[in-house]
Ligand binder design. Structure first.
Ligand code: 3PG
Length: 213
């Protein structure tokens, strides 16, 4: 795997974040994630201003890996690059987005959950696919089934992942890392519960270590 994928895989979990108030919350959140041993964030465009949040998180924790999620158009890719974002995640597979991101030299994790989408992904230089929404699409059983004809891909499942099923997912060698919002819920962010976020990150990292021991 390339260096970015290796790093994400080593961390093992990717917080999927919706930040309604970037100026108020981005710095505190970045510090809380890093303190918990999870120096990575997928900041989604489900809230406008994701690019501002990315910039602020990178300014606060320059060594942190910060990318964008829920990217659905090329204008957002431009904004992410401008803000210093390091990767793009899209919920589905859109060849135009994949080509555009690759043309701009920013890694992209497009969402794929069917054999047809994996087929599409074969046409591009992709090592890791987002598998979204994971639990609702068949979960680990489907990921394993798809890995038989498509062993070249690792996946980053998101959707329905929590501390309860994290170990099961991470124990499967097809999984590069798991994404989730359980450690960065709206309640935790809006109420600035940074210590709780750090604790959830630490617990997640312990599970990553256990799963890979
Ligand atoms: C995503 O966008 O990756 C998912 O919505 C995260 O899913 P979760 O909220 O169930 O963790």
């Amino acid at each position: 795997m390339n260096a970015l994928n290796e790093r994400i895989s080593e961390i093992g979990v990717v917080p999927v974040i919706k930040l309604n108030h970037p100026e108020r919350d981005a710095a505190g959140l970045a510090k809380a994630l890093c303190a918990g041993g999870v120096p990575v964030a997928e900041v989604t465009f489900r809230a406008p201003g994701a690019d501002r949040a990315i910039r602020l998180m990178k300014e606060t924790c320059p060594d942190m890996l910060v990318g964008a999620g829920t990217v659905t158009n090329i204008e957002q890719i431009d904004k992410v690059i401008e803000a210093g974002g390091q990767f793009i995640v899209s919920p589905g597979f859109d060849p135009e987005l994949v080509q555009y991101a690759q043309g701009k030299n920013i890694p992209i994790f497009p969402g794929c959950t069917t054999a047809s989408e994996y087929h599409q992904a074969l046409k591009y230089d992709l090592e890791v696919l987002k598998f979204f929404p994971a639990e609702q699409s068949g979960g680990l059983a489907k990921i394993k089934a798809l890995s038989a004809p498509f062993p070249m891909f690792k996946v980053m499942p998101t959707g329905g992942i929590s501390l309860k099923n994290l170990k099961e997912y991470l124990s499967c060698p097809v999984i590069a890392a798991c994404g989730g919002s359980y450690m960065v819920t709206a309640d935790l962010i809006d109420n600035n519960k940074w210590d709780e976020i750090t604790e959830l990150c630490k617990k997640s990292r312990e599970i990553v270590e256990e799963a890979r021991a």
